[in-house]
Design a protein around this ligand. Sequence first.
Ligand code: ADP
Ligand code: MG
Length: 264
Amino acid sequence: MHLELASRDGHIEPAEGISQSPLAVRGLTVSYGEKPAVFSVDATFAPGAMTAIVGPNGAGKSTLLKAALGIVQPLSGRVTCWGRPLHTQRHRLAYVPQRASVDWDFPARVRDVVLMGLYRELGLLGRVRARHVETAMACLSRVGMEGFADRQIGQLSGGQQQRVFLARALAEGADLYLLDEPFAGVDVATEKAIIGVLKDLREQGRTVVAVHHDLSTVPDYFDRAFVINTRAIAEGPVAQAFVPEILQEAYGGRLAGAQIGAAG
Ligand code: ADP
Ligand code: MG
Protein backbone atom coordinates (compact mmCIF):
# COMPACT_ATOMS: atom_id res chain seq x y z
CA MET A 1 0.00 0.00 0.00
CA HIS A 2 1.30 3.44 -0.88
CA LEU A 3 -0.97 5.28 1.36
CA GLU A 4 -1.30 4.69 4.99
CA LEU A 5 -1.11 7.97 6.82
CA ALA A 6 2.23 8.53 8.46
CA SER A 7 2.10 10.26 11.82
CA ARG A 8 4.63 12.97 12.70
CA ASP A 9 7.26 10.62 14.02
CA GLY A 10 7.09 8.72 10.75
CA HIS A 11 5.34 5.76 12.29
CA ILE A 12 2.88 4.26 9.79
CA GLU A 13 -0.62 3.70 11.05
CA PRO A 14 -3.94 2.99 9.40
CA ALA A 15 -6.03 6.03 8.48
CA GLU A 16 -8.87 4.79 10.66
CA GLY A 17 -8.85 2.38 13.54
CA ILE A 18 -10.17 -1.05 12.68
CA SER A 19 -12.56 -0.92 15.61
CA GLN A 20 -14.31 2.15 14.18
CA SER A 21 -14.32 0.92 10.61
CA PRO A 22 -17.65 -0.36 9.29
CA LEU A 23 -15.63 -2.74 7.16
CA ALA A 24 -12.07 -3.91 7.54
CA VAL A 25 -10.41 -6.88 5.90
CA ARG A 26 -7.05 -8.31 6.78
CA GLY A 27 -5.01 -10.71 4.69
CA LEU A 28 -8.00 -11.50 2.50
CA THR A 29 -7.33 -14.03 -0.24
CA VAL A 30 -10.13 -15.38 -2.40
CA SER A 31 -9.67 -17.92 -5.15
CA TYR A 32 -12.15 -19.54 -7.52
CA GLY A 33 -9.48 -21.78 -9.02
CA GLU A 34 -5.71 -21.84 -8.90
CA LYS A 35 -5.13 -18.14 -9.39
CA PRO A 36 -6.40 -15.89 -6.61
CA ALA A 37 -8.99 -13.26 -7.59
CA VAL A 38 -8.10 -11.25 -4.49
CA PHE A 39 -4.69 -11.68 -2.91
CA SER A 40 -3.69 -10.80 0.61
CA VAL A 41 -5.75 -7.64 0.74
CA ASP A 42 -5.81 -5.33 3.74
CA ALA A 43 -8.48 -2.66 3.61
CA THR A 44 -9.94 -0.37 6.24
CA PHE A 45 -12.93 1.59 4.99
CA ALA A 46 -13.49 4.96 6.61
CA PRO A 47 -16.76 5.49 8.49
CA GLY A 48 -19.18 8.09 7.16
CA ALA A 49 -17.31 8.39 3.87
CA MET A 50 -18.03 7.45 0.29
CA THR A 51 -15.28 5.23 -1.02
CA ALA A 52 -14.89 4.14 -4.65
CA ILE A 53 -13.34 0.76 -5.31
CA VAL A 54 -11.53 1.10 -8.61
CA GLY A 55 -9.38 -1.19 -10.71
CA PRO A 56 -9.38 -2.83 -14.14
CA ASN A 57 -11.78 -5.56 -15.27
CA GLY A 58 -11.11 -8.77 -13.42
CA ALA A 59 -9.22 -6.95 -10.66
CA GLY A 60 -11.29 -8.63 -7.97
CA LYS A 61 -13.54 -5.68 -7.09
CA SER A 62 -16.78 -7.66 -7.08
CA THR A 63 -15.07 -10.54 -5.33
CA LEU A 64 -13.82 -8.23 -2.59
CA LEU A 65 -17.38 -7.03 -1.95
CA LYS A 66 -18.78 -10.55 -2.01
CA ALA A 67 -16.14 -11.77 0.43
CA ALA A 68 -16.84 -8.76 2.64
CA LEU A 69 -20.49 -9.84 2.71
CA GLY A 70 -19.76 -13.51 3.25
CA ILE A 71 -21.26 -14.41 -0.13
CA VAL A 72 -18.01 -16.05 -1.21
CA GLN A 73 -15.73 -17.77 1.27
CA PRO A 74 -12.15 -16.51 1.40
CA LEU A 75 -9.24 -18.92 1.34
CA SER A 76 -7.77 -16.94 4.19
CA GLY A 77 -8.17 -13.64 5.93
CA ARG A 78 -10.54 -11.91 8.24
CA VAL A 79 -13.48 -9.55 7.79
CA THR A 80 -14.64 -7.33 10.63
CA CYS A 81 -17.43 -4.77 10.78
CA TRP A 82 -17.10 -2.14 13.48
CA GLY A 83 -14.39 -4.30 14.96
CA ARG A 84 -16.66 -7.32 15.31
CA PRO A 85 -17.01 -10.51 13.29
CA LEU A 86 -19.04 -10.04 10.11
CA HIS A 87 -21.75 -12.53 11.06
CA THR A 88 -22.69 -10.52 14.15
CA GLN A 89 -23.08 -7.30 12.13
CA ARG A 90 -24.63 -8.61 8.94
CA HIS A 91 -27.93 -6.85 9.71
CA ARG A 92 -26.17 -3.47 9.46
CA LEU A 93 -25.00 -4.08 5.89
CA ALA A 94 -26.98 -3.62 2.68
CA TYR A 95 -25.81 -4.75 -0.73
CA VAL A 96 -26.79 -3.70 -4.23
CA PRO A 97 -25.33 -6.31 -6.58
CA GLN A 98 -24.15 -5.64 -10.10
CA ARG A 99 -27.29 -5.31 -12.20
CA ALA A 100 -26.02 -7.74 -14.82
CA SER A 101 -25.77 -10.46 -12.17
CA VAL A 102 -29.50 -10.42 -11.32
CA ASP A 103 -32.11 -12.53 -13.09
CA TRP A 104 -34.62 -9.91 -14.17
CA ASP A 105 -37.16 -12.43 -15.42
CA PHE A 106 -38.36 -13.47 -11.99
CA PRO A 107 -41.98 -12.43 -11.54
CA ALA A 108 -42.19 -9.80 -8.83
CA ARG A 109 -43.81 -6.45 -8.52
CA VAL A 110 -41.63 -3.47 -7.73
CA ARG A 111 -43.29 -2.98 -4.34
CA ASP A 112 -42.59 -6.60 -3.38
CA VAL A 113 -38.94 -6.30 -4.37
CA VAL A 114 -38.60 -3.34 -1.99
CA LEU A 115 -40.52 -5.18 0.74
CA MET A 116 -37.83 -7.88 0.54
CA GLY A 117 -35.55 -5.28 2.08
CA LEU A 118 -37.70 -5.46 5.20
CA TYR A 119 -37.29 -9.20 5.62
CA ARG A 120 -35.57 -8.89 8.97
CA GLU A 121 -38.52 -7.04 10.38
CA LEU A 122 -41.07 -9.21 8.61
CA GLY A 123 -39.48 -12.57 9.30
CA LEU A 124 -40.04 -15.43 6.92
CA LEU A 125 -43.77 -15.77 7.54
CA GLY A 126 -44.46 -12.27 8.78
CA ARG A 127 -47.51 -10.46 7.52
CA VAL A 128 -46.99 -7.35 5.48
CA ARG A 129 -48.76 -4.55 7.29
CA ALA A 130 -49.69 -1.06 6.22
CA ARG A 131 -46.61 0.44 7.86
CA HIS A 132 -44.33 -1.93 5.91
CA VAL A 133 -45.94 -0.86 2.65
CA GLU A 134 -45.55 2.76 3.74
CA THR A 135 -41.84 2.24 4.36
CA ALA A 136 -41.45 0.55 0.98
CA MET A 137 -43.28 3.40 -0.76
CA ALA A 138 -41.17 6.00 1.05
CA CYS A 139 -38.01 4.25 -0.16
CA LEU A 140 -39.38 4.12 -3.71
CA SER A 141 -40.08 7.81 -3.61
CA ARG A 142 -36.52 8.54 -2.44
CA VAL A 143 -35.34 7.07 -5.74
CA GLY A 144 -38.14 8.65 -7.77
CA MET A 145 -39.93 5.36 -8.47
CA GLU A 146 -43.12 5.67 -6.41
CA GLY A 147 -45.20 5.66 -9.58
CA PHE A 148 -43.95 2.18 -10.53
CA ALA A 149 -44.92 0.19 -7.42
CA ASP A 150 -47.32 -2.12 -9.25
CA ARG A 151 -45.14 -2.80 -12.26
CA GLN A 152 -43.29 -6.05 -12.87
CA ILE A 153 -39.59 -5.57 -12.20
CA GLY A 154 -38.67 -7.30 -15.48
CA GLN A 155 -40.59 -4.70 -17.47
CA LEU A 156 -38.55 -1.75 -16.25
CA SER A 157 -35.56 -0.16 -17.96
CA GLY A 158 -32.09 -0.86 -16.62
CA GLY A 159 -31.93 2.45 -14.81
CA GLN A 160 -35.34 1.94 -13.24
CA GLN A 161 -34.38 -1.55 -12.06
CA GLN A 162 -31.25 -0.15 -10.48
CA ARG A 163 -33.27 2.47 -8.61
CA VAL A 164 -35.62 -0.22 -7.31
CA PHE A 165 -32.68 -2.22 -6.01
CA LEU A 166 -31.35 0.85 -4.28
CA ALA A 167 -34.81 1.38 -2.75
CA ARG A 168 -34.70 -2.19 -1.44
CA ALA A 169 -31.32 -1.50 0.13
CA LEU A 170 -32.69 1.70 1.69
CA ALA A 171 -35.56 -0.29 3.20
CA GLU A 172 -32.97 -2.35 5.07
CA GLY A 173 -31.99 0.79 6.98
CA ALA A 174 -28.34 -0.24 7.01
CA ASP A 175 -25.30 1.62 8.33
CA LEU A 176 -23.00 0.36 5.58
CA TYR A 177 -24.04 0.28 1.92
CA LEU A 178 -22.05 -1.82 -0.50
CA LEU A 179 -22.83 -1.30 -4.18
CA ASP A 180 -21.36 -3.00 -7.20
CA GLU A 181 -21.16 -0.63 -10.18
CA PRO A 182 -24.43 1.15 -9.37
CA PHE A 183 -24.09 3.47 -12.38
CA ALA A 184 -23.26 0.85 -15.00
CA GLY A 185 -25.64 1.09 -17.93
CA VAL A 186 -28.02 3.58 -16.35
CA ASP A 187 -29.36 6.81 -17.85
CA VAL A 188 -28.14 10.24 -16.74
CA ALA A 189 -31.30 10.92 -14.68
CA THR A 190 -30.83 7.68 -12.77
CA GLU A 191 -27.14 8.37 -12.18
CA LYS A 192 -28.06 11.74 -10.66
CA ALA A 193 -30.85 10.22 -8.58
CA ILE A 194 -28.54 7.50 -7.24
CA ILE A 195 -25.66 9.81 -6.41
CA GLY A 196 -28.13 12.12 -4.62
CA VAL A 197 -29.36 9.25 -2.46
CA LEU A 198 -25.82 8.10 -1.68
CA LYS A 199 -24.79 11.60 -0.65
CA ASP A 200 -27.89 11.80 1.59
CA LEU A 201 -26.80 8.57 3.24
CA ARG A 202 -23.39 10.07 3.89
CA GLU A 203 -25.01 13.18 5.39
CA GLN A 204 -26.77 10.84 7.78
CA GLY A 205 -23.42 9.41 8.79
CA ARG A 206 -23.76 6.14 6.89
CA THR A 207 -20.87 4.61 5.05
CA VAL A 208 -20.96 3.97 1.31
CA VAL A 209 -18.54 1.71 -0.54
CA ALA A 210 -19.13 1.35 -4.28
CA VAL A 211 -17.30 -0.39 -7.06
CA HIS A 212 -17.03 2.35 -9.63
CA HIS A 213 -16.14 1.96 -13.28
CA ASP A 214 -16.14 5.51 -14.61
CA LEU A 215 -12.87 7.06 -13.54
CA SER A 216 -13.88 10.52 -14.76
CA THR A 217 -16.53 10.89 -12.03
CA VAL A 218 -14.52 9.53 -9.08
CA PRO A 219 -13.36 12.96 -7.83
CA ASP A 220 -16.89 14.39 -8.11
CA TYR A 221 -18.70 11.54 -6.46
CA PHE A 222 -16.35 10.08 -3.88
CA ASP A 223 -14.31 11.15 -0.87
CA ARG A 224 -11.89 8.26 -0.94
CA ALA A 225 -10.60 5.65 -3.34
CA PHE A 226 -9.49 2.08 -2.84
CA VAL A 227 -7.41 0.97 -5.80
CA ILE A 228 -7.06 -2.73 -6.42
CA ASN A 229 -5.64 -5.09 -8.98
CA THR A 230 -5.87 -8.45 -7.24
CA ARG A 231 -3.63 -6.90 -4.59
CA ALA A 232 -4.48 -3.68 -2.81
CA ILE A 233 -2.60 -0.83 -4.46
CA ALA A 234 -3.69 2.22 -2.48
CA GLU A 235 -6.39 3.59 -0.23
CA GLY A 236 -6.93 7.14 0.88
CA PRO A 237 -8.58 10.47 0.13
CA VAL A 238 -9.20 10.89 -3.61
CA ALA A 239 -6.54 13.62 -3.84
CA GLN A 240 -3.90 11.16 -2.64
CA ALA A 241 -5.00 7.69 -3.74
CA PHE A 242 -6.65 8.55 -7.06
CA VAL A 243 -3.60 9.93 -8.82
CA PRO A 244 -1.96 9.02 -12.15
CA GLU A 245 1.01 7.16 -10.67
CA ILE A 246 -1.24 4.83 -8.68
CA LEU A 247 -3.77 4.39 -11.48
CA GLN A 248 -0.96 3.58 -13.87
CA GLU A 249 0.17 0.87 -11.50
CA ALA A 250 -3.35 -0.56 -11.32
CA TYR A 251 -4.35 -0.27 -14.95
CA GLY A 252 -1.00 -0.36 -16.70
CA GLY A 253 -1.30 0.16 -20.46
CA ARG A 254 -5.06 -0.30 -20.30
CA LEU A 255 -5.63 3.19 -18.96
CA ALA A 256 -6.28 5.77 -21.65
CA GLY A 257 -4.29 8.99 -21.30
CA ALA A 258 -7.50 11.01 -21.26
CA GLN A 259 -8.68 9.14 -18.19
CA ILE A 260 -5.45 9.71 -16.36
CA GLY A 261 -5.78 13.40 -17.19
CA ALA A 262 -9.29 13.46 -15.80
CA ALA A 263 -8.12 11.68 -12.71
CA GLY A 264 -5.19 13.92 -11.99
P1 ADP B 1 -13.99 -7.28 -11.15
O1 ADP B 1 -15.27 -7.11 -10.41
O2 ADP B 1 -12.89 -6.41 -10.65
O3 ADP B 1 -14.15 -7.16 -12.63
P2 ADP B 1 -14.21 -10.03 -10.28
O4 ADP B 1 -14.14 -9.99 -8.82
O5 ADP B 1 -15.56 -10.20 -10.89
O6 ADP B 1 -13.46 -8.77 -10.88
O7 ADP B 1 -13.31 -11.21 -10.83
C1 ADP B 1 -11.97 -11.40 -10.42
C2 ADP B 1 -11.44 -12.65 -11.10
O8 ADP B 1 -12.13 -13.78 -10.62
C3 ADP B 1 -11.62 -12.65 -12.61
O9 ADP B 1 -10.50 -13.28 -13.18
C4 ADP B 1 -12.85 -13.48 -12.82
O10 ADP B 1 -12.84 -14.10 -14.06
C5 ADP B 1 -12.77 -14.47 -11.69
N1 ADP B 1 -14.10 -14.89 -11.22
C6 ADP B 1 -15.04 -14.06 -10.71
N2 ADP B 1 -16.13 -14.76 -10.33
C7 ADP B 1 -15.87 -16.06 -10.60
C8 ADP B 1 -16.59 -17.28 -10.42
N3 ADP B 1 -17.80 -17.29 -9.89
N4 ADP B 1 -15.99 -18.42 -10.80
C9 ADP B 1 -14.76 -18.41 -11.34
N5 ADP B 1 -14.01 -17.30 -11.52
C10 ADP B 1 -14.55 -16.14 -11.17
MG1 MG C 1 -17.17 -6.63 -11.03
